[in-house]
Design a protein around this ligand. Sequence first.
Ligand SMILES: Nc1ncnc2c1ncn2[C@@H]1O[C@H](COP(=O)(O)OP(=O)(O)O)[C@@H](O)[C@H]1O
Ligand SMILES: [Mg+2]
Length: 243
Amino acid sequence: MARITHERWKVYGNVFDQFTINVIIKLSKQKHIDELISPISIGKEANIFSAKKTEEKTTIFRIVKIYRLEACNFNKMYDYIKHDPRYYNIKKQRRQVIFAWVQREYRNIMKAREAGVKVPMPIALLRHLIVMQFIGDESTGETAQRLKQAPPKNPKEFFQKLLKNLKLLYQKAHLVHGDLSEYNILNWKEIPVIIDFSQASPIDAANADELLDRDIRNMVSYFKKYGIKIRAEELKNSIKTTK
Ligand SMILES: Nc1ncnc2c1ncn2[C@@H]1O[C@H](COP(=O)(O)OP(=O)(O)O)[C@@H](O)[C@H]1O
Ligand SMILES: [Mg+2]
């Protein structure tokens, strides 16, 4: 049974439109979550909430990413997604673009996960909502911090782990992330977890190389601050080639 209490209804009603509330209810009927708990991040295009899910007396936290139907910049989304061969036929229509965008993010996380990249496990996708694994301590709700706030204790080791993930992403998932930075890498107990695959594109997309170069520049300049000296071309070769 969906556990949305009367009190919750009132809270939800102040924050979400009816369409979004209906999607939340459906996700809870499908038993992916019981209820939303609290906002974790308010972004430009989407908001992130923690949610709880109880199964046989064990309660765990989950993450729900909710795109803003009215406020997000669907023109920008369209400009990105139209280069993705998976979405060549997309029409420039607000809801269609947003739902495709969210679906694309979900598919990207799945592909990355299947390739062995350390990402949150995708759990459910419905319209403009994604339910995924909570990175951090699922039982207490302590979230992993972003690399920005939690720099690695051993930068060299951390960088090597990250590089392994980027190789898998490129060579096995055939994706480039497209928005890689210290904001979209979480540091959970010195293990890098890559999140936010909303801009990730297949390596054969027209703009893939441009996206990859930007990701690489971000990584080079972030790790430089922690004593890792690597040139962009060197990193690019390493991501693209085995060994
Ligand atoms: N699966 C997750 N587990 C824990 N925290 C998360 C998770 N997904 C997102 N977050 C938190 O929410 C923030 C925003 O999520 P993100 O997917 O990057 O959205 P945005 O598109 O707004 O940048 C992240 O920087 C991180 O702090
Ligand atoms: Mg982000």
